[in-house]
Design a protein around this ligand. Structure first.
Ligand SMILES: NC(=O)c1ccc[n+]([C@@H]2O[C@H](COP(=O)([O-])OP(=O)(O)OC[C@H]3O[C@@H](n4cnc5c(N)ncnc54)[C@H](OP(=O)(O)O)[C@@H]3O)[C@@H](O)[C@H]2O)c1
Length: 209
């Protein structure tokens, strides 16, 4: 498991071991550091993993950010943060891990995407959304980064020779109640937590004519 906060991850694993391993549900997970806001960290992680010379069967690029309502921010690598965390860093990771994925072939890269990519726009001359042709909002940053991920995945999938045995897919999880709203004001978080119930209720009330 690749995470930026290894201490918190190890504590979670310990908690699971304490609560469940006695019931025959042991957890065999190793934690390694990976901060997608640092391309150096991505390279370090991939080098450490590839150095094991072992197979990698599935790479799940799950981590993502949607900094709703926050001002535009840039990583120390100089990229708009949604672009870096949601697209550039996972793309770099995928390419760097190809040797291990080939060893694990047939293998798969699974990218967690979002239906929000439908409203995204990728301007290859203005990936950081700074040219003022488009006004930056967190929605523009998020949706565009997710569209960029789909475009990259499609190119990678087509360029990988069939003999590599590696497939690249993007999946959208739908609406899931997670910590994605953790940085928002309490009132917005409260509304966010109500969304699934409201959706469920409206679906239950909806009858096809
Ligand atoms: N929830 C939804 O309804 C929904 C809908 C569509 C798509 N998605 C997609 O599903 C994926 C998972 O999202 P989620 O809802 O589970 O969000 P979440 O609860 O906010 O979890 C995001 C995860 O990404 C990690 N992360 C963020 N920045 C990172 C960085 N710089 N380096 C390494 N890890 C980083 C976080 O690590 P920390 O724990 O250290 O913060 C956290 O584990 C994302 O790609 C998201 O876009 C979610």
């Amino acid at each position: 498991m690749a995470v930026r906060n290894t201490k918190a991850a190890n504590e979670l694993i310990q908690k699971w071991q304490n609560e469940w391993s006695g019931m025959g549900l042991p957890l065999n997970i190793e934690v390694m550091e990976l901060d997608l806001l640092s391309l150096d960290s991505v390279v370090r992680f991939a080098e450490a993993w590839n150095a094991r010379l072992g197979p990698l069967h599935v790479l799940i690029n799950n981590a993502g950010i949607f900094s709703i309502g926050e001002p535009q921010k840039f990583s120390k690598d100089g990229y708009e943060e949604h672009l870096q965390v949601n697209h550039l860093a996972p793309a770099l990771l995928s390419v760097l891990l190809l040797p291990s994925l080939i060893r694990g072939s047939p293998s798969r890269i699974v990218n967690l995407n979002s239906v929000m990519h439908y409203v995204g726009f990728v301007d290859t001359k203005d990936m950081n959304i700074v040219s003022r042709k488009r006004k930056y909002t967190s929605l523009v940053g998020y949706s565009s980064s997710k569209l960029a991920q789909i475009m990259f995945s499609s190119v990678l999938h087509k360029r990988l020779p069939a003999e590599s045995g590696i497939s690249v897919v993007c999946v959208s999880p739908g609406i899931v109640q997670t910590n994605v709203a953790r940085d928002l004001p309490m009132i917005v978080q409260a509304v966010y937590h109500l969304v699934p119930y409201l959706l469920q209720h409206s679906l239950l009330c909806w009858r096809p004519s």
